[in-house]
Design a protein around this ligand. Structure first.
Ligand SMILES: Cc1cc2nc3c(=O)[nH]c(=O)nc-3n(C[C@H](O)[C@H](O)[C@H](O)COP(=O)(O)OP(=O)(O)OC[C@H]3O[C@@H](n4cnc5c(N)ncnc54)[C@H](O)[C@@H]3O)c2cc1C
Length: 515
């Protein structure tokens, strides 16, 4: 049990496999003596899922750690900048109904009672508009940085929208050519075990057995190792979040210079919602829905109507994806850890899947057990961490539905039924009637969504506290100073930041300064 861990075998070459391989290789130096050897095997007959275009700001740090350039990302992956998400039609579906969940924290977030001050503010503007520059930058089509801002540095916090297929190839090239990851293209047909139940090797169709010390299951939704070989069950969350299918399209722009949206736009529909993601060359648009509430045909009609109404052609090809919303009971079992879709998947509202891949790969990388003997301790902690994170993600996504006042379809009414709301979320909503979400609700070091995100969604969705406010006048004045500062920064940034498309085209032609 004290054998050294020398060779990591990753099964799967989608975004999860290549992100994990590149991070491990970058930080555990496979090219040097004593470093870990990293092998990634992917099937020539099962392509990666090819969706997953919205990310979180954490991606900047992950890519920097891996050692790729931001200019390369923009050029090779059709990447553009994402500054948050706009939710259209979620509150009640009346014309003009929208709110923003930006990536930037409210101005003065930890320093003054912003929420009571916003509630009593004479201007009666949306919460995010008063406390943050980013809704204004997005509304005016501005980029989050300038052409002279160095790679990965931000003027306003940002993540990316990119082409998922190109992203995998971009990482693969760097992982193989620069970081020394061994790439095997073969189909895995079986698993060979040690007597103790650990995986000894993967049996391939053409190249025999591929042995390793630790196996990372990045095989996508089939979860070949954790789910298939070890039988670790999926905990379905369909009773909480009903969506289990999506229809996806790639929508060309009407003109080459059409502005690129710098936020994901999530538009509520009768039986689900539509994502709209702007890349430099096209939009990625998809309708996520509950197959128990609507037929594919109905949903396709709604999707095509949305695309036509937003400048797209009416007859584009559509692709269906199905999934069971849920996550595995454990993520690390014996010498096998699942990362990516193999560990679970819930609808892409708030785009948390790649962020979870980054968090998983980072914990595996940082806590890499040196020996098999230490592995079970790390595995227990890993399982605890990610079980906690999945629960928080599910509550946060459900929050978007439970506060909606949309009528006219069973889908939205069913989402509000008390028995579909997780108990902890029900408790939180009770507390939030008395005080805003705070760090006391989310106290772990690396929470997936900070309390500010809960504030943006809660107040964007029209939630208001019950309790009379006892905040002192002097504190309200402090908050007011932060609102004025946010307005001042907004004016400055609007004057200084280029249009989003202008910046992207500049980077494609001239690049950014490397740091
Ligand atoms: C509709 C939809 C929208 C999404 N939107 C977002 C989003 O906006 N943001 C976000 O963060 N995430 C999103 N996701 C999730 C995102 O797509 C995934 O998290 C991400 O692409 C990682 O996928 P993966 O690498 O785990 O699996 P895959 O891309 O499916 O890769 C699986 C790999 O396993 C290999 N494989 C399988 N079987 C074998 C075998 N027998 N032998 C050898 N190799 C094998 C395949 O060849 C492939 O390389 C979305 C998902 C869906 C379904």
């Amino acid at each position: 049990m004290n054998d050294r861990i020398r060779h990591i075998v990753i099964l799967g070459g989608g975004s999860a496999g290549w992100l994990t391989a590149a991070l491990l290789a970058a930080e555990h130096a496979p090219a040097h003596e004593g470093g870990l050897q990293v092998t990634l095997i992917e099937s020539p007959q099962t392509p990666p899922i090819g969706v997953g275009e919205g990310t979180w700001p954490t991606m900047r740090d992950t890519l920097r750690r891996i050692g790729v350039s931001e200019t390369g990302l923009v050029r090779e992956c059709d990447a553009a900048f994402k500054q948050g998400s706009r939710f259209d039609g979620w509150v009640d579906g009346t014309p003009g109904d929208h709110y923003f969940h930006p990536f930037t924290l409210p101005q003065g977030y930890t320093e003054a009672p912003l929420v009571p001050a916003w509630l009593s503010h004479p201007a009666q503007v949306p919460f995010a508009d008063l406390v943050c520059v980013q809704p204004h930058l997005c509304a005016q089509g501005r980029a989050p940085k300038q052409a002279t801002t160095p790679e990965y540095a931000a003027v306003a916090n940002y993540a990316y929208h990119f082409d998922a297929g190109k992203f995998g190839l971009f990482l693969r090239r760097h992982a193989v050519e620069t970081l020394g990851v061994r790439h095997v293209v073969d189909h895995v047909v079986g698993v060979n075990s040690h007597d103790n139940g650990d995986i000894a090797s993967l049996q391939t169709q053409g190249q025999g057995a591929l042995a390793g010390d630790l196996f990372v299951d990045c095989s996508g939704l089939p979860s070949l190792l954790l789910g298939g070989h070890y039988g670790v069950p999926l905990r379905s969350q369909q009773h909480v979040l009903f969506n289990d299918a999506a229809l996806a399209m790639q929508v060309p722009y009407p003109q080459a210079d059409t502005p690129i949206a710098s936020q994901t736009i999530a538009t509520a529909q009768r039986h689900g919602w539509i994502w709209d993601i702007g890349l430099p060359t096209r939009r990625g648009v998809g309708h996520v829905y509950s197959s128990a509430h609507a037929s594919d045909d109905e949903v396709e009609r709604d999707l095509r109507a949305h695309v036509a109404a937003t400048g797209g052609a009416p007859d584009l090809p559509v692709r269906k994806l199905s999934f069971t919303p849920g996550y595995r009971e454990r993520f690390w079992h014996r010498n096998c850890v699942a990362i990516g879709l193999s560990s679970g998947f819930i609808e892409p509202l708030e785009a948390s899947a790649l962020a979870l891949v980054e968090l998983s790969a980072a914990m595996l990388n940082d806590e890499m057990p040196a020996t098999r003997g230490a592995m079970d301790i790390v595995a227990r902690r890993f399982n605890d961490s990610f079980g906690y994170r999945w629960s928080r993600i599910i509550e946060f996504l459900k929050l978007h539905y439970v506060l909606s006042r949309r009528e006219g379809s069973a889908y939205w009414q069913d989402h509000r039924r008390p028995e579909t709301v997780p108990e902890r979320l029900r408790e939180q909503l009770l507390l939030w009637r008395q005080r805003p979400p705070s760090r006391h609700d989310l106290f772990r070091a690396e929470e997936v969504f900070p309390s500010a995100s809960y504030q943006y969604v809660l107040y964007g969705m029209g939630f208001r506290p019950d309790a009379p406010d006892g905040t002192r006048r002097v504190a309200l004045a402090e908050a007011d100073a932060h609102f004025r500062e946010a307005a001042r920064l907004t004016r400055r940034m609007l004057a200084a930041l280029p249009a989003h498309r202008e910046l992207v085209e500049h980077i494609r032609q001239h690049g950014l300064q490397r740091i």
